[in-house]
Design a protein around this ligand. Structure first.
Ligand code: ZN
Length: 238
């Protein structure tokens, strides 16, 4: 293969890596934000459920106090029944007793509801605690590894840029001009494999004569359609 082409293949790998490193400066912080948000969300859901539980527990306590108080009142009203003297007093007392009984019924229903609610919340909380711990564990591990990646981006860029300089110094100026022009204009790969007897980038079919020239590889052949440089590789035989 033409010496420049071999060097260009290495160069475009480096350029690809450099591009990825640049992109990682954008997407790694985004990924980290998402991981932190997941941790916060799972904790918040746990907190909200815990708040709901303690509210319900307070209300349950209050309902129990009120029940005790109503039952005590009912007992006293029923005692007074023994000492009733007039029909008028009797009617008033019966209506008061009915009222207290209704209140007791309502309070008992509410206490039952709260018991079910509390049971469900306690079960949910156990699940959310496990979930929050699992999310925090897994995401913290990922966050650490992403932090390491982002810390090393600068060094990697320096390394790759250094490699790039030394490669470029070995490639002819003319070839580099073509490479840079296609790299800027098209983005992505500049040197592409022939695939199914066509340009591997734009799929423009190549005449047999062209393919022979590319196979020989002693000079740089570009695609008539997209201008990329064509090489014959193991992918080309498929
Ligand atoms: Zn092409």
């Amino acid at each position: 293969m033409n010496g420049d082409l071999e060097l260009l293949l290495k160069l475009q790998n480096i350029d690809y890596d450099l591009g990825e490193l640049e992109r990682s400066k954008e997407y790694i912080p985004d990924m980290m934000d998402n991981l932190r948000r997941e941790i916060d969300d799972s904790r918040q859901r746990l907190e909200l459920t815990r708040e709901g539980l303690s509210k319900a527990q307070l209300e349950q306590k209050d309902a129990e106090l009120q029940l005790t108080e109503r039952q005590e009142r009912l007992r006293k009203l029923q005692e007074r029944m023994m000492a009733i003297k007039t029909n008028k007093e009797y009617d008033a007392l019966v209506s008061e007793i009915d009222q207290v009984k209704r209140e007791i019924g309502t309070l008992e229903n509410r206490a039952m509801e709260l018991m079910g609610f509390i049971e469900n919340h306690e079960k949910e909380i156990r699940g959310y605690v496990e979930k929050a711990e699992a999310v925090a564990g897994a995401n913290t591990e990922q966050l650490n590894s992403l932090q390491q990646q982002i810390d090393s981006v600068g060094n990697k860029v320096d390394e790759k840029t250094h490699e790039r300089h030394s490669l470029v110094s070995q490639i002819s100026k003319q070839t580099m001009l073509v490479y840079e022009r296609i790299h800027r204009g098209k983005g992505g790969a500049v040197v592409v494999s022939v695939k199914k007897r066509a340009c591997g980038a734009c799929y423009k079919a190549l005449p047999p004569q062209r393919i022979q020239e590319i196979k020989i590889g002693d000079r740089i052949i570009t695609c008539d359609s997209c201008g990329r440089m064509l090489v014959w590789t193991s992918e080309s035989d498929a």
